[in-house]
Write a protein that binds this ligand. Sequence first.
Ligand code: ADP
Ligand code: MG
Length: 327
Amino acid sequence: MKRVLVLYSPYTPGGRKPDIVVLQVARALARLGHIPVPFPVPLEIDALVAGIRKAGPDVIFNLCEEFRGDGKQEARVAAVLELLGIPFTGNGSLGLSLALDKALSKKLYEFHNIAYPEAAVFTSEKPDLVVGHLNFPLFVKPMRSDASLSIGDVSFVKNWDELRTRVRELLRKTRDAVLAEEYVPGREIYAAVLFDRVLPLLEVDFTGLPARKLHIMGRAAKFHRNSAAYRGTRVTAAKKISAGLRRKIEHTAREACRACQVRSYARVDIRVNEFDEPFVIEVNPNPYLEIRSEFARAARMHGLKYVPLVGRLLEEALKRSRTERVF
Ligand SMILES: Nc1ncnc2c1ncn2[C@@H]1O[C@H](COP(=O)(O)OP(=O)(O)O)[C@@H](O)[C@H]1O
Ligand SMILES: [Mg+2]
């Protein structure tokens, strides 16, 4: 029986209520015989450190995705846990940082021979200088995105004018660099990776979309329940995948995780073009763990139900703390 601090970010789209996943994980931990202690990440770092020390957990179940509402700080909260020396579930600060930066992770994919869409980064409005080698159409998005903010049909640009306009808009709207990436048409696959094993694949079914809508999982498709994009897309078990393609996707997902130094659990977003070539779009370390989330679904398809899944993540954190070397 362990005392498990369930660390979570208090910001949710609807207010400051904890996300439902916090309750689900806490219940699962209780069913496993542990003592869950839910703990929202405070706004001040001193309070975070003091609060964790006071709770005195054996281990932390890390569901934190942001600090002061900023998803780009997720890795820094993990870094605090590392400095505190308390075992915690999921990814370390390095993996969370590498995967967050979609430009840096492409450099790592290159080294690991994994296919990814070519891209250019803009920190200012000078596209002409850097995108000479890219082929339109491009897909324009924040470099360190947060819950698909600013991703939608407007992200798709067919020429220089549209590119300039969209880059300018994003630079103004977000406090982030902007990535213009070659658009990969085709299927979208989610590969959930649990301790180096790729779980059964999921696929986005876009067939419910109106004829001219772009086949993407943007902000609306993920969160705007009344939108055509939300109603027209659903995530299903991936069917009609040849053994060869499945192997390629699994290899890509595993290597992408390795490239980004991701451990424990992650979800890799992949697009597959018309020649059955998989491209990594992004690696999501510590993906959403809600019971109906893609990750939990993939685990179930593998025969791992929610409570044992939570248990396995906890066990791995404890085991890692006993055996991990710090280089
Ligand atoms: N290069 C691309 N080609 C085609 N679709 C893309 C590309 N980049 C992103 N998308 C679409 O946009 C969605 C969100 O992009 P992603 O980079 O995964 O951002 P987020 O971190 O917000 O999930 C993807 O799931 C995919 O549908
Ligand atoms: Mg994504």
